[in-house]
Design a protein around this ligand. Structure first.
Ligand SMILES: Nc1ncnc2c1ncn2[C@@H]1O[C@H](COP(=O)(O)OP(=O)(O)OP(=O)(O)O)[C@@H](O)[C@H]1O
Ligand SMILES: [Mg+2]
Length: 372
């Protein structure tokens, strides 16, 4: 039985369709990340799951039960918002217990739950303080703890780390991962940050204009993006995407050609895919500078900028009239102004139909086909 199931969810605001036909199901105890750019419908979707906003169409099921008509308090879900408003005049202890005291839980029971959660989140020494006497990360943990005292069926979180600096973000991520393991509960986590998704998720739904572009484990999304949109969203820098034309040569190899692009791929299907307009996708870490007389698949162009990240370097090159990023250990061996040849291994080449953006598969035994 799925922990959370969305069945044909639609939400319109007047003429705007914020969420257009979203269906997915998560197993119990999944850490589901809803990932996508600003305005793609993440918050709208989460608010519908929480019961704060009715869908225009579709059903929401929690542990197999249709909760669509139910108000938030009957869904037994806990929501943590981006601006985790704590009660400023109450101590951490009373903030943590607030949800239980309004439900008229006994004093002993409240103390027991608050102590348990404080222990889990390492807040025990802060119980007497007021929110203004806490750091951003500590406030974040109190907001989380306030949701946790209730032992809900699932936690719904909307960009809960967005107010934290880089270092605190990283450590709070690790805390969330171990918390998820300990609590054995479903998490639904909204973010536009692909690093959040890669590090914490067991499943990611990538959203674009209110639709799911891809739903899968983080590695699947990174290694086999279903569309050019997903490829261009995941990774920092994201996958390079170059317009090119696809054909077969007399040896029945696939040939991808474009300005500065000459990539030939093993392909023994015997079916002529015909010339078609594609986007050639290569991740920055899969491009390697090689001598100019290199004969394998390669991109050719000029180096613009080399950025030093300490352990690695990122070079920006001009290939045809496209910008291409390369990422590698320092020194990467490129200098601004250099002519460069960048090799790529066939297994690291991704192809997308230029018009629809959908991934093309080109297994050696098959003609390229659209992934359904
Ligand atoms: N109450 C509303 N009335 C009208 N339009 C709305 C309303 N709420 C959201 N929208 C629109 O619906 C779309 C999705 O909004 P939503 O807040 O879900 O995006 P989001 O993915 O959470 O973005 P962000 O990353 O910026 O928080 C946007 O185009 C937004 O302008
Ligand atoms: Mg939002």
């Amino acid at each position: 039985m799925a922990a959370i199931e969305l069945d044909g969810i639609v939400r319109r605001f007047g003429d705007t369709t914020a969420v257009a036909d979203v269906s997915l199901a998560t197993e119990r105890n999944e850490f589901l990340v809803l990932l996508g750019p600003s305005g793609c419908g993440k918050t709208t979707l989460l608010r519908m799951i929480a019961g704060l906003l009715p869908p225009s169409d579709g059903r929401i099921l929690v542990d197999g039960r249709d909760v669509t008509p139910l108000p938030p308090r009957e869904r037994d879900l806990a929501m943590v918002f981006q601006n985790y408003a704590l009660y400023p005049h109450l101590s951490v202890e009373r903030n943590l217990g607030f949800g239980l005291s309004v439900r008229r839980t006994g004093r002993e029971e409240i103390r027991r739950r608050v102590d348990e959660v404080a222990e889990l989140l390492d807040l025990g020494h802060l119980l007497r303080r007021r929110p203004k006497e806490l750091s951003g990360g500590q406030r974040q943990r109190v907001a989380l703890g306030r949701a946790m005292v209730r032992d809900p069926r699932a936690f719904l979180m909307d960009e809960p780390l967005s107010n934290l600096d880089t270092k605190l973000r990283a450590s709070t991520r690790s805390q969330l991962i171990s918390l998820h393991r300990k609590l054995d509960t479903t998490f639904v986590y909204v973010t536009h940050d692909q690093i959040d998704a890669m590090t914490m998720a067991t499943k990611v739904a990538v959203l674009n204009h209110g639709r799911i572009e891809q739903f899968g484990a983080p590695v699947e999304i990174y290694d086999e993006p279903a569309s050019a949109f997903v490829a261009g969203f995941m990774g920092a820098p994201p996958m390079n995407l170059l317009p090119a034309e696809l054909s077969t040569d007399h040896d029945d190899r696939l040939v991808v050609r474009g300005p500065g692009v000459a990539v030939s791929l093993p392909h023994r299907g015997g079916t002529d895919p015909g010339a078609r307009l594609v986007l050639l996708g290569v991740r920055p870490e899969h491009l390697v500078p090689v001598p100019a007389d290199h004969t394998g698949p390669a991109l050719r162009g000029r180096v613009d900028i080399v950025e030093n990240l300490g352990n690695e370097e990122i070079a920006e090159c001009q290939i045809g009239n496209q910008r291409v990023s390369i990422r590698g250990s320092r020194p990467i061996g490129l200098a601004p102004g250099d002519a460069t040849t960048l090799a790529v291994r066939p297994e690291h080449v991704h192809l997308f139909a230029r018009q629809s953006g959908r991934r093309l598969v080109w297994e050696p035994e098959q003609a390229p086909a659209l992934v359904p």
